[in-house]
Design a protein around this ligand. Structure first.
Ligand SMILES: Nc1ncnc2c1ncn2[C@@H]1O[C@H](COP(=O)(O)OP(=O)(O)OP(=O)(O)O)[C@@H](O)[C@H]1O
Length: 341
C-alpha cells in the first residue's frame, strides 16, 4: 500500500510491521513431505509497542521472524517494515529492523568491539555514526570489548548478540526467545534494556515461551499455532476474555466437609487452604462464600486470583487453530488438555 504509492516515502503506513497473507511452505526433502509453516498470517504491529509473539513449539514463530529478518524467503504474502515493502524496498526494510537470534552464532575470532564494527560495516553505518562503545556499555560488555568471543560466557555472548542487533539503530528490535536458558541476572538486564530502548521509541517484538514474561513485558500479544494466528489483542483484553476465578480461603479451624455447590469446584491444598474455582459470569463471589458457610466453615482470610495468560493460552491452543470460535473462549477449561510450551 505504501511505498509504491508514495514514491518510497511511505508516510501512509504508520505501523511498525504490517504482514498480509504471509505463507511459507518448506519444500520436503529426503522423502519428507512439504511443510506449511505459515498458512496466511495477517498481523499489524503498532509503532512504539512491546509486542509478544507466542505459540507452542513448531507454531511458526521463528519462520515468521526469519522472514522479517530477510533470512527466510516467504512463499506468498506482503511484509512491510516501518512502511517499507520488503520486496520493493529491501534495503530500507532491512535497515529498519534488528534481530537478536536464538542461536549463539558468533565468530569466535572477533572481539565484541570488532564484531560490532563488522556488523556496522555490513549495514553501511558510516564510521562517524558508529556507537560501538555506547552499545557495549548498554549491554554491560565494556570491560570485555577486546576479549575474543570464544572466551565469553554464554550470557555475555547473548549480550553481544543484542548489541549486534542494535548497531544500525533499528526502528524495530526483534528478540527471538531472548531468555531461554539464561540466568536471572541476565534476564533482568535484558528486560531493563528492552524497557529503556522502548522508552526511547524503539518498537520491540519478542517471542517467548514464558507466559509470565509476556504478561509482564508486552502491551500487545499475538498467539500463533499451526502456522495460523489465533488471537491478537492487548494483553489486558486477552486476559479479560477469561472469566475463570479462583478464590483461596484460609479456614478458621479444621475442614471436615468441602462445599458442594454447582458451579464451584472446591479442592483442599496441603497447607490447609481451600481453593474454589468458579466462572464469574455464572457464579458470584457471594454465592461462593455462601457455599463455604453452608458447610459450617468459618473464614479466617480470603483472596482471589485472576486468570493469567496461561489460561488464555491453554484455551486457545488446546484445539487445532481455527477451531475455536471467539464466543467459545469463555467456556470452562474442563476437558481442555494442556499444551506443553
Ligand atoms: N528449514 C525447514 N525445513 C522444513 N521444515 C521446517 C524448516 N524450518 C522449520 N520447519 C518446520 O516448520 C514448522 C514451524 O517451525 P518454526 O521453527 O517456525 O516454529 P517455532 O514456532 O519457531 O518453534 P520453536 O519455538 O520450537 O522455535 C515446524 O513444523 C518446523 O518443523
Amino acid at each position: 500500500m505504501s511505498d509504491e504509492q508514495t514514491g518510497g516515502k511511505s508516510h501512509m503506513d504508520n505501523a511498525a510491521i504490517r504482514i498480509e497473507g504471509l505463507r511459507k511452505t518448506y519444500r520436503g526433502s529426503k522423502g519428507q513431505p512439504e511443510k506449511q509453516a505459515l498458512k496466511g498470517i495477517d498481523l499489524t504491529i503498532p509503532r512504539g509497542s512491546v509486542f509478544g509473539l507466542l505459540g507452542p513449539n513448531g507454531a511458526g514463530k521463528s519462520t515468521l521472524i526469519n522472514i522479517l529478518a530477510g533470512l527466510v524467503v516467504k512463499s506468498a504474502g506482503h511484509v512491510s517494515i516501518w512502511g517499507h515493502d520488503q520486496d520493493r524496498n529491501p534495503r530500507q526494510s532491512r535497515a529498519a529492523i534488528g534481530v537478536m537470534p536464538q542461536e549463539l552464532n558468533l565468530d569466535p575470532f572477533f572481539t565484541p568491539r570488532g564484531a560490532l564494527e563488522v556488523q556496522a560495516g555490513l549495514y553501511g553505518v558510516p564510521k562517524a555514526q558508529r556507537r560501538s562503545d555506547e552499545i557495549l556499555e548498554l549491554v554491560g560488555l565494556s570491560d570485555k570489548a577486546e576479549a575474543y568471543a570464544r572466551t565469553l560466557s554464554g550470557g555475555m555472548r547473548r549480550r553481544l548478540l543484542l548489541a549486534k542487533a542494535l548497531v544500525h539503530n533499528p526502528k524495530v528490535l526483534v528478540l527471538d526467545e531472548p531468555t531461554a536458558g539464561v540466568d536471572i541476572e541476565l534476564r533482568q538486564m535484558l528486560w531493563a534494556n528492552v524497557r529503556k530502548l522502548n522508552q526511547q521509541g524503539m518498537t520491540i517484538i519478542l517471542t517467548t515461551h514464558y507466559l509470565e514474561e509476556a504478561q509482564e513485558m508486552c502491551d500487545q500479544i499475538a498467539i500463533i499455532n499451526h502456522g495460523e494466528k489465533i488471537a491478537q489483542d492487548s494483553t489486558a483484553d486477552l486476559l479479560g476474555r477469561m472469566d475463570g476465578r479462583t478464590m483461596v480461603i484460609i479456614p478458621d479451624g479444621p475442614v471436615t466437609e468441602l462445599p458442594a455447590t454447582e458451579g464451584v469446584e472446591a479442592t483442599l491444598r496441603d497447607d490447609g487452604s481451600l481453593v474454589l474455582r468458579y466462572r464469574s459470569a455464572q457464579t458470584s463471589a457471594e454465592q461462593v462464600l455462601e457455599s463455604v458457610r453452608a458447610v459450617g466453615m468459618r473464614i479466617r482470610d480470603v483472596r482471589t486470583e485472576e486468570a493469567d495468560l496461561e489460561d488464555v493460552f491453554l484455551a486457545l491452543t488446546s484445539t487445532r487453530a481455527g477451531d475455536v470460535p471467539a464466543a467459545d473462549l469463555d467456556q470452562p477449561r474442563r476437558g481442555l488438555h494442556r499444551v506443553k510450551l
